[in-house]
Design a binder for this molecule. Structure first.
Ligand SMILES: Nc1ncnc2c1ncn2[C@@H]1O[C@H](COP(=O)(O)OP(=O)(O)O)[C@@H](O)[C@H]1O
Ligand SMILES: [Mg+2]
Length: 359
């Protein structure tokens, strides 16, 4: 082995060791936009769509033990941001600028980043004929490099942590086979991803299709993962109930690809009230934020004021008013004391730098 390779090898060991420690994910000035796709055949002229910004220069950081929720209307860019932060850049036509770092180290240069992180996607992919325990055992055997005894102990730990004891021997089921409930199915999907004991957990709308009570219990399990086990949990979520909202440590409000709030979830209501957007006492703060950030509410306001139907509105003027509103929220947030400072590092976080020294 040459010296360079040995140093890099040591660097990798260092990174693996660090990964067992607390991980802090930081992103600086992330800009994600579409890029024209080159036609496969040079002789064919393809009409290209104009480039579109999906994520507009956003920065932030999530520390170990924090449970971060990303909230925004459909099409705001939540899934795109989550995909890029988690290293799942699946769309060929999207390009990213800006840096994503784990404990100060460039994520793109981190080998096996996926083995320190888990991504629970919106749709569950489980075998309908397997039981909950079989799904977790299958995942453990597939993903873990450990003795059979250790794998089973991990499976048992997942069953206990995710409150799956009662249904562990029930089949997942599907449209034709009776199986576990929606919440148990979602918790099994989460268990399959968490079996590797990742430090960073990403979830895309984990409560989709669940009733309010079940959604709360799934989110409770995720909150425990952050608070009790010191993991870093980032989840997009669509209109959570008040109980779920109260579980979040940190909240990101995303509108048109811009972060208009990134701070303590508990301080969001007062922050927006101060800016003239007071959430009524009887409303769910999240429902209120969603309507506050939506273009439809501007359309409705105009339609009411002018006594005309929505079809009578000038779309360009509405678009401009909506852009101005988002800009107002953005500048108010950036000027406030609450604005997230991505340079702040958690005291337990040890910088990863062996690889960069090697290079
Ligand atoms: N690969 C892509 N190419 C072009 N546009 C995209 C692509 N992926 C997402 N978009 C667009 O980006 C916006 C944000 O999408 P997405 O991140 O899925 O939003 P959300 O998860 O908040 O509903 C949408 O307008 C969507 O149509
Ligand atoms: Mg989405």
């Amino acid at each position: 082995m040459d010296v360079g390779a040995k140093i890099i090898g040591e660097g990798l060991d260092e990174i693996r060791k660090s990964a067992k420690q607390s991980l802090q994910l930081t992103w600086i000035d992330i800009h994600i936009h579409t890029e024209p796709v080159k036609p496969k055949c040079a002789c064919r002229e393809v009409k290209q769509a104009p480039p579109k910004t999906i994520i507009d220069h956003v920065s932030g950081t999530v520390q170990p033990g924090q449970f971060l929720a990303i909230i925004g209307a459909s099409g705001a860019g939540k899934t795109t941001l989550l995909n890029f932060l988690s290293g799942r850049e699946i769309s060929q036509n999207l390009k990213r600028e800006g840096a994503i770092m784990v404990n100060g180290f460039d994520k793109d240069q981190m080998p096996n980043f996926s083995s320190y992180s888990a991504y629970v996607q919106q749709d569950d992919i489980l075998f309908q004929t397997m039981t909950v325990r079989e799904c977790l055992t299958f995942a453990a055997r597939l993903k873990l490099e450990a003795s059979e005894e250790e794998k089973m102990s991990r499976v048992n730990h997942m069953i206990k942590t995710l409150k799956l004891t009662k249904c562990q021997n029930t089949r997942i089921g599907g449209p034709l086979v009776k199986g576990v409930s929606g919440g148990e199915r979602k918790r099994t999907s989460i268990g399959v991803e968490l079996i590797t004991d990742p430090n960073l957990v990403f979830l895309d709308e984990p409560t989709t299709g669940l009733d309010s009570f079940t959604a709360t219990s799934v989110m409770e399990s995720l909150g425990d993962l952050a608070r009790k086990e010191g993991r870093t949990v980032i989840s997009t979520i669509h209109q959570p109930n008040t109980d779920i909202f109260d579980m979040f440590d940190r909240l990101v409000l995303l509108a048109r690809g811009k972060i208009i709030y990134f701070s303590f979830a508990s301080k969001a209501v007062d922050f927006f009230a101060d800016k003239g957007y007071a959430c009524p006492d009887t409303s769910n703060p999240c429902d209120y934020f969603m309507s506050m950030m939506s273009k439809e509410s501007i359309e409705l306001e105009h339609a009411d004021q002018n006594g005309i139907g929505e079809s009578g509105l000038d779309p360009v003027a509405i678009d401009k008013e909506y852009d101005d509103l988002i800009e107002f929220f953005y500048t108010s947030y950036m000027a406030s004391d609450l604005a997230c400072d991505p340079k702040v590092v958690h005291p337990d976080v040890k910088p990863i730098n062996a690889q960069s020294e090697a290079i």
